[in-house]
Ligand binder design. Structure first.
Ligand SMILES: Cc1ncc(COP(=O)(O)O)c(C=O)c1O
Length: 422
């Protein structure tokens, strides 16, 4: 949305016949508010890689030392796994590099169907459907369900927020991970909404991430299911940061044994599965409805077949080979313990380890110092997180060695001392 300043400028320019957009002015404004984002090219998607300064339209130059990357969502390191890479190459050869059309036209290939059968199996659902990204999945699914009212966790991902906007649903935000607040807000709506005057026909959708990407905590799904069921609503759970990491390659829903109490299970192929794309899993009727009504599925080219082939192989590895998951959890424990021993406050209980320092300038200074120690872990500040909770989001991978985890810890200790944070 344009700020007041740029609206004033636009008013002024209107008089001169200028109906353009002034991107440079908008960037300057972002700069002023400390909200300018930058790209950081990396040479390869691995736990260690050279990085380059943003060269704009020019070619990036990777002439520095290798950096240890603690910033990726490729938690199991499968984007660099030879078996996954081979599956992508074979699918490209056998099926094609692109789907060529919407799945509903001629883009529906055996690569998609095989992946969807395996995803449905991993999520204990009747059927699954893949989209070209997790973002497109949330936006498409929520708007196709077209709920009258959405109850959404305060820290849900932006793609859920955008899905609610596109659905034009009345959105009630409940306190983060708080089933009691959810119950109170649903009760209030039941007492004061149209149902109170005899119109019980409203459709209600409760939406929550299972693992929250910035806090690394886990939604209390069982009590949420109890609340949802007591009001006859539906529950949709976003397993973007959990898929492949728990219960036989499933997510938190599977770990908690709640597959049959969650109406819509959503996730991405782009994080622990090392590929690209999103999925939704549920009943046969739900999936049939979505492939008819989700605009980001209907009016978009099908997921690229090599991405489907790669995700399927990664899912197989996540389900059949415990070694990657075990390595990840060992690394997480070593890193969390080491950071806490060093005097940092580390939130969450998952592979996402947010090191909360509070002040936004401190977080960005720590990000900078870590980089000078060849450690890349991004500083996250408002508005992405609430004021006073700026942090470094540290995400170890299964493919980091013990020595690399220790190098990360040493850098945190030294940088923290230099900045007086620990
Ligand atoms: C919770 C959550 N949902 C959805 C998405 C979107 O997934 P994708 O990156 O595959 O578009 C993300 C991505 O960061 C996410 O964190």
């Amino acid at each position: 949305m344009a700020s007041d300043a740029s609206l004033d400028e636009r008013e002024e320019r209107r008089g001169t016949g200028d109906r353009g957009f002034d991107p440079a002015g908008r960037l300057a404004e972002r700069d002023q508010r400390g909200l300018r984002r930058e790209l950081t090219p990396i040479a390869a998607v691995r736990g260690r890689s050279p990085i380059a300064d943003d060269p704009g339209a020019d070619e990036p130059v990777f002439d520095g030392p290798e950096q240890l990357l603690f910033a990726a969502n490729d938690y199991l390191g499968l984007a660099g796994d030879e078996r996954v890479q081979r599956a992508a190459a074979e699918t490209a050869r056998e099926v094609g590099t692109g789907a060529g059309a919407s799945r509903l036209v001629t883009g529906d290939t055996p690569a998609h169907r095989a992946l969807e059968r395996d995803l449905a199996d991993a999520k204990n659902a009747e059927r699954a459907l893949v989209f070209s990204s997790g973002y497109a999945t949330n936006v498409g699914v929520i708007s196709a369900l077209s709920p009258d009212v959405v109850f959404s966790d305060a820290l849900n991902h932006a793609s859920i927020v955008d899905g609610c906007r596109q659905a034009r649903a009345e959105t009630v935000v409940y306190d983060h991970c708080d089933p009691s607040d959810l119950r109170a807000k649903m009760a209030e709506r039941a007492a004061n909404g149209p149902a109170a005057t005899g119109d019980a026909g409203e459709s209600w959708l409760v939406l929550t991430d299972s693992v929250f990407s910035m806090d690394g905590d886990v939604a209390p799904l069982e009590p949420i299911c109890d609340v949802v069921e007591s009001f006859g609503a539906w529950l949709m759970v976003d397993e973007a940061h959990a898929t492949g990491l728990y219960g036989g390659g499933g997510g938190i829903v599977q770990r908690a044994g709640l597959s049959d109490r969650v109406h819509v299970q959503m996730g991405t192929l782009s994080k622990a599965l090392g590929s690209q794309g999103g999925y939704v899993a549920g009943s046969e009727a739900l999936i049939d409805h979505l492939l008819n009504a989700a605009r980001s599925f209907v009016f978009s080219t099908g997921l690229a077949p090599p991405a489907a082939g790669a995700a399927r192989e990664a899912l197989r590895i996540a389900r059949e080979d415990d070694a990657h998951r075990e390595r990840l959890w060992e690394n997480v424990a070593r890193l969390r313990d080491g950071l806490e021993d060093a005097g940092y406050e580390v939130w969450g209980e998952t592979q996402i380890c947010p090191v909360v320092v509070g002040d936004r300038d401190d977080a960005m200074a720590l990000d900078d110092r870590l980089r000078s120690h060849d450690i890349v872990a991004p500083g996250i500040r408002p508005p992405t997180v609430p004021e006073g909770t700026s942090r470094i989001r540290v995400a170890p991978m299964a493919t980091h060695t013990e020595d690399e985890i220790d190098r990360c810890l040493a850098a945190f200790r030294e940088a923290g001392r230099e900045l007086g944070l620990v």
